[in-house]
Design a protein around this ligand. Structure first.
Ligand SMILES: CC(C)(COP(=O)(O)OP(=O)(O)OC[C@H]1O[C@@H](n2cnc3c(N)ncnc32)[C@H](O)[C@@H]1OP(=O)(O)O)[C@@H](O)C(=O)NCCC(=O)NCCS
Length: 171
C-alpha cells in the first residue's frame, strides 16, 4: 500500500465497545507490570472522563488511545493524562500527538486548567508539557522528577498548585 492510499484513522470518543482492544494495546505496550506503576496507582479510585477519552480507529478498530482522569493536587482540581498508546504498526504517523491534542483541546473547552503526566519530556513537549519544578507535586509512589510534566491549559495554573496528587471521584 502506498502512502497515498494509506487509510487515515478517525478520532472518536472511547466507549465500552473499544475496551477489550484498548486493554490489549496497553498490555502489549506496557506489559502486566503496568498496574504496579505510580501512574496507575494514581488512577486507582477514579475513572477516566468519557468526554476526555479518545481512540484512533481504523475500520472501527482502535489503534491508539488516550485517557484523562480527574485528580487533585493539594486539594486543587487537575487532570492526569494516561495512558497514551499507539499500536506499533501505526507509530510515527502523528496519532499519538493527534490523540493528545484532541484530549487537551476538549479539556480546555470544558474549563479544565491543568494536566499532569509521567512521561518522556522530549515527546510531551510537542504538546506543550514542561517539567514540574522539583518538589512542587508529589505522587503516591516513586517517580523520576524529570518525567513529571504539566501542561497549563490556563496560563499560570501550575503556579497555583502544590502538594500530593490524589485520585478524585468524578463530579
Ligand atoms: C509514545 C507513543 C504514544 C507515541 O505515539 P506515536 O503515534 O508514534 O507518536 P507521534 O506519531 O505523535 O510522534 C512521533 C514522533 O515522536 C517521537 N517520539 C516518540 N516517542 C518518543 C519518546 N518517548 N521520546 C521522544 N520522542 C519520541 C518519534 O521519534 C517521532 O519523531 P519525529 O516526528 O521527529 O519522527 C507510542 O510510541 C507508544 O504507544 N509507545 C508505547 C507506550 C508509551 O510509551 N506511552 C507513553 C507513556 S503513557
Amino acid at each position: 500500500m502506498t502512502a497515498l492510499t494509506k487509510p487515515i484513522a478517525e478520532i472518536q470518543y472511547e466507549d465500552l465497545s473499544h475496551l477489550e482492544i484498548v486493554e490489549g494495546l496497553l498490555d502489549e505496550a506496557f506489559g502486566p507490570g503496568r498496574f504496579a506503576k505510580t501512574a496507575y496507582r494514581l488512577r486507582e479510585g477514579t475513572v477516566p472522563i468519557p468526554e476526555l477519552s479518545f481512540v484512533a480507529t481504523l475500520k472501527g478498530r482502535p489503534i491508539g488511545a488516550v485517557r484523562l482522569s480527574p485528580i487533585t493536587i493539594g486539594g486543587a482540581e487537575a487532570l492526569f493524562l494516561g495512558p497514551l498508546v499507539v499500536h506499533p504498526d501505526h507509530k510515527n504517523q502523528g496519532y499519538g500527538l493527534t490523540l493528545m491534542n484532541r484530549a487537551l483541546h476538549a479539556a480546555r473547552q470544558l474549563g479544565h486548567r491543568l494536566v499532569v503526566l509521567v512521561g518522556d519530556a522530549p515527546y510531551y513537549a510537542r504538546a506543550g508539557f514542561k517539567p514540574i519544578p522539583p518538589g512542587r507535586v508529589r505522587l503516591p509512589g516513586p517517580v523520576d522528577p524529570n518525567r513529571l510534566l504539566a501542561c497549563e491549559l490556563v496560563e499560570g495554573s501550575l503556579d497555583a498548585v502544590s502538594g500530593m496528587a490524589r485520585p478524585a471521584p468524578r463530579r
